[in-house]
Design a protein around this ligand. Structure first.
Ligand SMILES: [Zn+2]
Length: 93
């Protein structure tokens, strides 16, 4: 079973210009489905937005609008990153 990861809400002004927002049309169906280890949940209503995804495919550019509550979610990748060092260059492992 994949582990759950809660996404977070997009803050105004942080939307990258080169990303797109995936819109979940059916709240019962994840927008993405993969073979990875994490399910990604809406920060507001815990709806599953992406199922069994590999974290490498869920970059900060991936945004998903929840089909149930309309919140636009991004992956909370910067949780463990010091914001002062996060200027255009993020080392990813
Ligand atoms: Zn939601």
């Amino acid at each position: 079973m994949p582990a759950n990861k809660v996404m977070r809400e997009v803050r105004p002004g942080e939307v990258p210009p080169d990303g797109g927002t995936a819109v979940q049309e059916d709240p019962a169906r994840p927008v993405f489905r993969g073979n990875g280890e994490f399910d990604y949940l809406c920060v507001s209503c815990a709806n599953v937005l992406a199922a069994a995804m590999d974290p490498r495919y869920m970059s900060k550019r991936v945004r998903i609008r929840c089909g149930r509550c309309r919140t636009v979610n991004v992956v909370a990748v910067d949780e463990s990153v010091d914001p002062r060092t996060q200027r255009g260059r993020v080392t990813s492992r």
